[in-house]
Ligand binder design. Structure first.
Ligand code: PGA
Length: 250
């Protein structure tokens, strides 16, 4: 049995004050969430503070990115050891808002993935196609290439200690959710792709859906066989909405 997993990706939103309110709302609502791993991914500068607010709770912390380098002269970057130092368990890697704009190509994504695991941080690896790629019938090829970009360098066993997030780029922040059937189709493709290499890992690896998930559509998405939870952007910024999504995964 895969434990459902819901992560909130706060992106570049919030202030010390708004984050305090958001976290207290989430903590208050956690009583309604059963048997779901809940993670929040604040902007780097707030991670420490959120860690303190979350102390003693079951809500875990993640970052939105991480450097592939261990330390040194890398102005502006945050290392894996810094993340573990402030209590991060997870790191989102290869988000589509980074791949094209910040040179997070497959090779860099793989290096970040490897650095994270080496330093004890669990990668949440994002994959997903653009609208034009979907329309050209290339969804599976694109997703496979992105997965292969990591697995070719790490071996399939690395997925034993990772989470995969399928996020069709055209559904992120657009209000256009993939239909549960569309999402399930790609999730099944991903799981079968893993299964060809290792059936045990295929059964265990959690595959999240991301892209305009809200409380109103979460239940139907999460009830699909191969959807094990969600990576939530916009809807993770309101405590009640986020808690309702988490509860729907349980
Ligand atoms: P969204 O973002 O829920 O706002 O569409 C999801 C994501 O980018 O992870």
């Amino acid at each position: 049995m895969r434990k459902p997993f819901v992560a909130g990706n706060w992106k570049m939103n919030g202030s010390r004050a708004s984050i305090k309110t958001l976290v207290s709302g989430i903590l208050n609502g956690m009583g309604r969430v059963n048997n779901v791993e809940v993670v929040v991914c604040p902007p780097f500068v707030y991670i420490s503070e959120v860690a303190q607010l979350l102390e003693g709770s079951t809500v875990a912390l993640g970052s939105q990115d991480v450097a592939k380098e261990e330390s040194g002269a890398h102005t502006g970057k945050i290392s894996v050891s810094m993340l573990t130092d402030v209590g991060c368990k997870y790191a989102i890697i290869g988000h589509s808002e980074r791949r094209p704009y910040y040179l997070d190509r497959d090779e860099v994504v793989a290096e970040k993935f490897i650095a994270a695991q080496k330093g004890g941080v669990i990668p949440i690896l994002c994959v997903g196609e653009l609208l034009e790629e979907r329309e050209a019938g290339q969804t599976e090829a694109v997703v496979e290439e992105q997965l292969q970009g990591v697995v070719a360098r790490t071996g399939i066993k690395a997925l034993e200690n990772a989470v995969i997030a399928y996020e069709p780029v055209w559904a992120i922040g657009t209000g256009k959710t993939a239909s549960p059937a569309q999402a399930q189709e790609v999730h099944a493709f991903i799981r079968n792709w893993v299964r060809k290499e290792d059936a045990n890992i295929a059964d265990k690896v959690r595959i999240l859906y991301g892209g305009s998930v809200k409380a109103a559509n979460a239940k139907e998405l999460f009830s699909q066989t191969d959807i094990d939870g969600g990576l939530i952007g916009g809807a993770s910024l309101a405590a009640d909405e986020f808690i309702n999504i988490c509860a729907a995964a349980g």
